[in-house]
Structures are given as C-alpha cells and as structure tokens.
Ligand binder design. Sequence first.
Ligand code: COA
Length: 148
Amino acid sequence: MGPRTEWTEGLVGRRVLCVGTDLVDVADIRAALTRQPRFRTKVFTDAERAYCDVLGDPAERYAVRFAAKEAVLKALGTGLSGAALTEIEVLRAPGGAPSLLLSGRAAALAEAAGVRSWLVSLTHTATRAHALVAGVGAEDPCQFRPFR
Ligand SMILES: CC(C)(COP(=O)(O)OP(=O)(O)OC[C@H]1O[C@@H](n2cnc3c(N)ncnc32)[C@H](O)[C@@H]1OP(=O)(O)O)[C@@H](O)C(=O)NCCC(=O)NCCS
C-alpha cells in the first residue's frame, strides 16, 4: 500500500453516504449577477463574495459555488427549497483547496442523514462550472484496518 497523506488518512474507515453533482452554465450566473441585484447576497455568504469579487470576471467562481450548493442539496435528497443556499458555504484554504461548511437547515439535514463531513471538488472554464460533493459518515468501528 502506498503512502497516505494526512488528508487521506482521515478518510480511512469512513463511508461515503451520499453524492451530488451539478453542472452550471457560467452565462446563466453572469446574467443573474447582472440583472438581479439581490442574487449575490441571497445565494452567497460574505466570505464567498469576498473571494469571488477579488479579481477579474467573478462569474466563473460564483458559478462553481452555485454548482456546489446545488450538488449538496442533491446529495441530501432535497430540492432547492431544502435549505437556504447561504447555509451551504464553500470555504477556501490558503492553497486554494475548497471545503464545505453547512449551517441552519442544511446542517440539520446533513446531521439527520449521518453525514459528519463533506468532500468537494470544483472545476470551471469560461463557459461551464462543475461541482462534485460527497457526504462522509462517522468512522465505522467495525472497519478492518490492517495497517494501523
Ligand atoms: C488545483 C489546480 C491543479 C487546479 O487548476 P485548474 O485546472 O487551473 O483549475 P480548475 O478549474 O480545474 O479548478 C479550479 C478550482 O480548483 C480548486 N482548487 C484550487 N486549488 C486546489 C487544491 N490545492 N486542491 C484541491 N482543489 C483546489 C478550487 O476550488 C478552484 O476553484 P476556485 O478558485 O473558484 O475556488 C491548480 O490550482 C494548482 O496547481 N494549484 C497549486 C498546486 C496544488 O496545490 N495542487 C494540489 C494537487 S491537486
């Protein structure tokens, strides 16, 4: 078995309970940002807006965060009405890696589903933004861990 990073080590013995994915047209988000004055604050948190607005054309970064929020709602089995979109926040580590922080109804839904943490991967181009998320459960005490 190859070496584990600290990150992958934390995943050993834990199960993926649900997955969600979403593909968003950047043009749709650009239009919403331009035409709907409240879109930014209704959908995105202060920290998300601070990152998205920091340089150049923000539409790609907003679009991929929108995709992540929809992907989480898919993973939780609810529609867009399941939680407020600001209750699903995409955080960003200094190196750029994204992570998810849930609050309010979104956090309650995840808790009820047994999800203890989330995996998220984002990618975007000038035209499309895609998010993939997975909800991970608590460590399974019955898991066979031969290398520990
Ligand atoms: C991670 C990386 C390869 C993505 O580059 P890319 O193909 O140009 O960009 P993509 O559109 O596919 O992905 C962009 C998204 O990747 C995510 N990302 C950035 N750095 C990341 C990292 N270190 N790990 C995981 N995801 C990362 C971000 O969510 C970013 O979107 P955002 O800026 O809107 O938050 C590039 O940012 C990079 O080389 N980073 C530095 C090296 C590094 O830390 N690599 C990690 C190994 S995967």
